[in-house]
Design a protein around this ligand. Structure first.
Ligand SMILES: Nc1ncnc2c1ncn2[C@@H]1O[C@H](COP(=O)(O)OP(=O)(O)OP(=O)(O)O)[C@@H](O)[C@H]1O
Ligand SMILES: [Mg+2]
Length: 269
């Protein structure tokens, strides 16, 4: 089952790009073919993966019809993981990006790119702006990130409201995959208390069980432009991402089974 999932957050700097890269890496290790798409005009993924070493062209150039997708999708050392950058975005391109998205061309493009992959993960810019709205209107699912801090948690209701609005007005099939707590200080009683309180405020399934701890090693991985699993000391942290990837798959499977019709049970052949 191929799915297009956007990773988003209302606040900046909470780890969207890092989650996109590491979740994509984990899903590819689990056997899926994964395409990571940079949806951030600031080029989050392009920087985090050092993509510019290979190409400066990307999504915006395909949208403008100047290059073909095959020219800008870059395979990585893992042959099941590929990345496409945002492209060389001029200020006026941001407007055309929004326009193309509003016309539905972005959705069409993402659909056509996704044909050969089991997952397309999109790294969104921070906030609730036009580009994020366009990305969500073109996706099957959204993973929202929050930090276990009062201000970050306060963004939850307005973000969920945006998701509901997009579902009602732009994209009925958008599914909230769940909220992930990132950069958690798991030794802080304050954060653990906030974590418990947040979980009481929303239905249990709203949050992924897997959480991502705060660790300085992520800065090091970012500076080397690699997923955390590629650092020798990063195995435990990589495991946390593997848990997140497995939970995403578990949730999909449960949904699929929940939607199973009687005649599906008649036999495999
Ligand atoms: N779990 C973590 N623990 C510690 N540092 C982290 C963690 N995740 C990411 N970082 C670091 O925090 C910084 C911001 O992360 P990242 O770029 O992924 O955030 P972002 O939400 O994509 O930011 P923006 O909103 O600007 O796009 C990076 O330097 C990254 O290495
Ligand atoms: Mg980012």
């Amino acid at each position: 089952m191929r799915r297009i999932i956007t990773i988003a957050s209302q606040k900046g700097g909470v780890g969207k790009t890092t989650v996109t890269l590491n979740l994509g890496y984990s899903l590819s290790r689990l056997g899926g073919r994964v395409l990571i798409v940079d949806g951030d005009p600031q080029g989050g993924i392009s920087i985090a993966s050092n993509l510019k070493k290979r190409t400066t062209k990307g999504l915006i150039d395909i949208l403008k019809g100047q290059v073909s997708a095959q020219d800008v999708i870059m395979t990585t050392k893992e042959d099941t993981l590929s990345i496409v950058g945002i492209g060389a975005l001029e200020p006026e391109d941001v407007l055309s990006f929004e326009e193309e998205a509003a016309k539905g061309s972005l959705k069409e493009l993402l659909r056509s790119l996704s044909a050969q992959y089991s997952y397309v993960l999109i790294d969104a810019p921070a906030g609730l702006g036009a580009i994020v709205t366009a990305l969500l209107a073109s996706s099957d699912g959204v993973i929202m990130l929050v930090q276990c801090k009062t201000l970050s948690l306060k963004t939850l209701p307005s973000f969920l409201k945006l998701v509901r609005w997009i579902k009602g007005n732009r994209n009925a099939q958008l599914h909230l995959e769940g909220v992930v707590f990132t950069m958690m200080d798991e030794k802080s009683p304050y954060e653990l208390q906030l974590y418990d309180e947040a979980k009481k405020m929303f239905p249990e399934e709203a949050f992924f069980r897997a959480t991502i701890p705060y660790d300085r090693l992520f800065e090091q991985a970012s500076s080397k432009s690699v997923p955390i699993a590629m650092l020798r000391e990063g195995k435990d942290l990589a495991n946390r991402y593997m848990k997140l990837a497995m939970e995403l798959k578990e949730r999909e499977l449960k949904r699929e089974m929940g939607g199973q019709r009687d005649d599906d049970t008649e036999g495999l052949f």
